[in-house]
Ligand binder design. Structure first.
Ligand code: HEC
Ligand code: HEC
Length: 423
């Protein structure tokens, strides 16, 4: 349907009929399925691993000041985001917090894709100074010294290392960039074998967290119900989308060109693009995005084709081995999912835009677009849509918002024997 035709329908207040192509494209955006197991993590479907992971996720005791947990930044009430442009753990982070709903469907993790599995991603926060600010040994000692955590760990992964021996396994030690940091000194003094043992146990902790995280699948949104009704030929059921949201859908899969990058059930191609968003403030360093992400991925001992992977030769492992960086990766960020945008503001990798209207305003004019060099993608053209059409696109985007997930996944599981939540 042409833009002029859509404007006419909009002024008449009519619902546009979906053509065959539009129907097919809409079907491609729904539903969100359960995730396939990740072969690099044999604990993926282990229910006790998932419970352990969920306990750790909500436990502030893993942070240096005892006040920051994963849920501090990934708040279940906000679709597992924090509502801030930039996150605040022990200190301010430098990229915006993404939603964890449906996260396991991604291929690469973080805005720059520097993690290739959900389990290896989960290891980063422990050792980052602005997040938990501790170390892999501090994390393992906490599991070891807590009866419930330790018992669950051992049920899934077998005996923990002999962490009682503090000469071999210091209370707070791990690798880091600063050789004068006591954590790094302690780590460097350990034997290779003991370091290897610790890394293995630390990777297990990440695998337990991933076993929890992949269950965070968002329930059907109004848009998913619309597609189900459309496939069933149920005209009445299709009324769940307003005429405005349906016009927005037609624009999204058609002339506005959004589906070039926002496709599939996540409305993300799961790849990286530079769409030229200006950086948020002068005090933020310029961000190389995927360019730097690939370098960090390649040197990470916990990558999918590394020693701690349960399937280094899997497809996932092989593709990590073959990733090569090129100049197009400079300043590119992973296409975010467009589900649950009603709870994930602000938007973009630095939280540059406060509202969806701001995002759409950017696509409409490409004002202040930063063009790095001639390698940059030239897919984006100013849309020049009318205010009504922008409102239609926004109505469509908001129809991708789901009701909250199962309450049992939204807080720490009860401690055995007490019936009270883990604190
Ligand atoms: C201080 C806030 C903060 C804390 C604490 C935190 N995160 Fe995050 N998380 C972020 C930010 C910011 C990013 C994106 C960083 C980037 O892309 O460079 C992120 C990214 C992620 C991602 C990747 C999402 C995606 O779409 O690729 C996952 C998964 C995740 N965090 C899980 C966790 C887990 C598990 C914990 C606890 C072990 C945790 N986070 C602790 C802020 C936080
Ligand atoms: C060339 C690929 C591409 C096209 C085309 C594209 N996007 Fe995006 N979109 C992205 C990328 C990449 C980001 C993240 C950019 C960043 O943070 O630097 C993004 C971010 C967004 C966000 C913010 C989501 C969040 O959680 O931060 C929204 C909303 C959005 N796009 C909607 C649209 C709409 C609507 C269209 C069509 C008008 C569209 N996009 C076209 C690649 C694209």
């Amino acid at each position: 349907m042409t833009i002029a035709g859509l404007i006419l329908l909009a002024t008449l207040g009519l619902t546009p009929p979906l053509g065959e192509v539009e129907q097919r494209r809409a079907s491609g955006l729904s539903p969100v399925a359960a995730t396939a197991p990740d072969p690099t993590n044999t604990a993926w479907d282990h229910p006790v691993a998932a419970r352990l992971g969920q306990r750790v996720f909500f436990d502030p005791g893993f942070s240096r000041n005892g006040a920051v947990s994963c849920a501090t930044c990934h708040d279940p009430k906000l679709a597992f985001t924090d509502g801030k442009p930039l996150p605040m753990g022990l200190d301010q982070g430098f990229r915006h917090t993404p939603s964890l709903l449906n996260v396991a469907h991604h291929r690469w993790f973080f805005w720059d894709g520097r993690a290739d599995t959900l389990w290896s991603q989960a290891l980063h926060p422990f050792e980052r100074d602005e997040e938990f600010g501790t170390s892999r040994l501090a994390a393992l000692h906490r599991v070891h010294d807590d009866e419930v955590l330790r018992q669950e760990y051992e049920q899934v992964f077998g005996p923990m290392p002999p962490l009682d021996d503090l000469d071999r396994f210091p209370a707070n030690a791990g690798p880091g960039p600063d050789p004068t940091d006591p954590r790094v000194i302690g780590w460097n003094a350990m034997t290779d074998d003991d370091r290897e043992t610790v890394n293995r146990a630390f990777s297990n902790l990440g695998k337990a967290i991933a076993a929890y995280e992949h269950r965070l699948i968002s329930p059907p949104s109004p848009f998913d119900q619309f597609v189900a009704a459309m496939k069933a030929g149920d005209e009445e059921g299709m009324n769940i989308l307003s005429p405005s949201a349906r016009r927005g859908l037609v624009l999204f899969v058609g002339e506005a060109g959004c589906r070039q990058c926002h496709n599939g059930a996540l409305l993300s191609d799961r790849e990286f693009h530079n769409i030229g968003i200006p950086t948020a403030g002068e005090d933020l360093p310029s961000d190389a995005g995927r360019w730097e992400g690939i370098r960090l991925l390649k040197e990470n001992p916990f990558r999918a084709n590394g020693t701690y992977s349960d399937a280094p030769d899997s497809q996932r492992g092989r593709s990590t081995g073959s990733v090569i960086r090129n100049s197009e990766h400079w300043g590119a960020f992973r296409t975010p999912s467009l589900r649950n945008l009603n709870r994930t503001a602000p938007y973009m990798h630095h939280g540059q835009f406060a509202t969806l209207a701001d995002v759409l305003g950017y696509y409409n004019t490409l004002e202040d677009m930063v063009v790095v060099d001639h390698h940059q993608e030239t897919v984006l053209q100013p849309l020049d849509l009318s205010p009504e059409q922008l409102a239609d696109l926004e109505a469509f985007l908001l129809s991708l918002s789901s009701p909250p997930i199962d309450p049992a996944l939204r807080s720490a599981p009860p401690r055995p024997g007490t019936g009270s939540p883990d604190k």
